[in-house]
Design a protein around this ligand. Structure first.
Ligand SMILES: [Zn+2]
Length: 292
């Protein structure tokens, strides 16, 4: 998950004007008559800051809806941004879920429901396979809604961390949201967490990461190959590694940071430090008995 700069290099209105003149469009010349309505939809989308509760859908004739979807599937020369945004998705972590995968484009407002935004640059977000795992549900009750990487600055903050309970070889692992319930975006973050992030394989990733740390602590942070001198030293090492991963992935909500920030919970730190101090444990050796 991450806040992204919108594709400012692309002029959507100019592209619509050019498409209106394109005689090769199946809908030519009817397309031109719908351009003002489509532009109006785009302007309202931006004015509503991509908030799925406030963006209004635009009623278009069926052939125009089909034309816009066909243009997305097979972009004409007026629409170079589609490939360009997709290529961007190779960098850093997925802006929608925080995974390290990429390679696809997500229609933030699904094109099946909002065909008017099928080729709109502000509605196209680089993403991973979470794109196909999330439902077409983009809003819930009241302020619950999907977050928008081009508009929601809250995505720059650390929004949730792993929570480990019943600590041991196989703890219970969940995601813990960090924003206080009174925060204006708290409901949106929780909705996004439930409807996008928790539908991915993040919990499996966190479980594997936990098992790896118990087996060989230096897999969490290289410095942990040496047993930390104190609980504070352990916390400092994990914090340093957390900031390193935030920086590496350009996001505080990449899955690695979600894992590391979860280790900084007081009870988890207590448990880990006691495990480091287990009598007879070798440097960088297992933190629990019976793990290989
Ligand atoms: Zn994703």
């Amino acid at each position: 998950m991450n806040r992204l700069d919108p594709p400012n290099y692309f002029d959507d209105d100019a592209a619509l004007d050019a498409l209106a003149l394109n005689r090769r469009l199946k809908c030519h010349p009817q397309f031109a008559a719908q351009v003002p309505a489509i532009k109006g939809g785009y302007a309202q989308y931006v004015a509503a800051s991509g908030n799925a509760h406030s963006v209004a859908n635009v009623a278009l004739p069926e052939p125009i809806k089909a034309q816009l979807k066909a243009l997305y599937a097979s972009p004409s020369k007026e629409l170079p941004h589609i490939d360009r945004i997709r290529e961007q998705s190779d960098a850093n972590c997925c802006p929608m879920c925080g995974s390290f995968h990429s390679g696809t484009l997500d229609h933030l407002l699904p094109k099946a429901v909002y065909p008017v935004f099928a080729i709109f640059s502000r509605n196209l977000v680089p993403a991973c396979m979470c794109n196909s795992k999330r439902t077409e549900q983009v809003i819930g009750a009241a302020d619950e809604r999907i977050l928008h990487p081009y508009f929601d600055d809250v995505l720059r903050e650390r929004l949730f961390v792993a929570r480990f309970e019943e600590l041991g070889l196989a703890p219970r692992i969940t995601l813990r949201p960090l924003l206080a319930l009174g925060h204006p975006q708290a409901a949106a973050v929780r909705f996004h967490m439930t409807n996008v992030v928790e539908r991915t394989s993040i919990l499996r990733y966190l479980r594997t990461s936990w098992t790896n740390v118990l087996r060989r602590p230096s897999l969490a942070a290289a410095e942990l190959r040496v047993t930390p001198a104190s609980r504070q030293a352990l916390a400092d090492t994990i914090t340093t590694e957390l900031h390193r991963q935030d920086d590496t992935f350009g996001s505080r909500n990449n899955w690695r940071s979600v894992f590391l920030a979860g280790l900084l919970d007081n009870q988890t730190l207590d448990w880990l430090f006691a495990a480091f101090e287990m009598p007879g444990r070798e440097q960088d050796g297992p933190l629990v008995d019976g793990i290989v």
